[in-house]
Design a protein around this ligand. Structure first.
Ligand code: DGL
Length: 295
């Protein structure tokens, strides 16, 4: 089973591409919607939330997890791989290899497929737009620099993900916000949509940029890379029946209703998980009575 993790709804745009490429695989999606947005959070909090989420997905039976969230991929992927794939604890020097490598599971991210796709298309100047932490991490610039001598101009756009969550991606406010954010990107020829929410703003980006700029949604490239990886590691994840299970930390009904815009199809029933003692546990819905009494 393949786990897909995002801070909230946005990763459903990645899941959509993954399911289109791998229709017979089973997926579990975990959206940490109750604690999103992650984009302006400090590193320790992102690492803590990310650990809880990947542990939940491993407990659900996933052998492989795709960290669909660009913020987590940029800030925490190396940490997660060291902690769970090589069993190196947080306190151990990260460069100390462990002899307890767990090769029966993997955690993959979205940054490298996005960087590769951008470099393959760019004529020399790549723009990256994402959350504040995606940009401040410098991870996109680092990965692009490994692939070629491209110029990279980054822009943090903290208002865009909440705007999409609100369902305002088609309106004037979205168009104004996008055009203001892209204004400082100069003569870029390719723009990486470095946040899982931004594919829903494609029309607003296209309207704000000259037609010569290639808009790059990383999701299909992440799907192509994963399909290739599974082909090279046959048997690592057994194919299933195309089943989908969805978990979230926020309101499951709201997640199901809003999620359809991101996944492009109705979501199945969504299960609720919530933090309890540093872990994400399954939670039954609690009936809260409203109205007060005098005691
Ligand atoms: N899913 C996050 C990302 O791709 C964006 C939303 C957030 O700030 O949590 O970076």
């Amino acid at each position: 089973m393949i786990g897909v993790y995002d801070s909230g709804y946005g990763g459903l745009t990645v899941l959509r591409a993954l399911r289109a490429s791998l229709p017979t695989h089973d997926f579990v999606y975990l959206g940490d919607s109750g604690r999103a947005p992650y984009g302006g959070r400090d590193t320790d909090t992102i690492l803590d939330f990310a650990e809880q989420c990947v542990e939940r997905l491993f407990e659900e039976g996933c052998e492989l997890i795709v960290v669909a969230c660009h913020t987590v991929s940029c800030v925490a992927l190396r940490h997660l791989q060291r902690r769970y794939i090589t069993n190196v604890s947080r306190d151990t020097s990260p460069d100390t290899p462990s002899d307890t490598s767990d090769v029966s599971r993997r955690i993959l991210g979205v940054t490298i497929p996005a960087a590769e796709a951008a470099v393959a298309r760019s004529r020399g100047h790549i723009g990256v737009i994402g959350t504040a932490r995606t940009v401040s991490s410098g991870t996109f610039a680092t990965e692009i620099a490994k692939l070629g001598p491209h110029r990279v101009t980054q822009r943090a756009a903290p208002l865009l993900a909440p705007l999409v969550e609100e369902g305002w991606e088609d309106g004037e406010i979205a168009r104004l916000a996008v055009s203001r954010y892209v204004a400082g990107l100069g003569d870029i020829d390719t723009l990486v949509l470095g946040c899982t929410h931004y594919p829903l703003l494609t029309d607003a980006f296209a309207a704000a940029l000259p037609p010569s700029v290639t808009l790059l949604d990383p999701a299909p490239f992440v799907a192509a890379r994963l399909t290739d990886w599974l082909g090279r590691h046959s048997g690592f994840v057994a194919p299933g029946t195309g089943a989908l299970r969805v978990l979230c930390t926020g309101d499951p009904e709201r997640f199901r209703a809003h999620g359809e815009r991101f996944l492009g199809e109705p979501l199945p029933a969504v299960s609720h998980v919530a933090e309890e003692g540093g872990r994400l546990a399954h939670k039954a819905r609690v009936e809260v009575r409203v109205g007060q009494v005098v005691r």
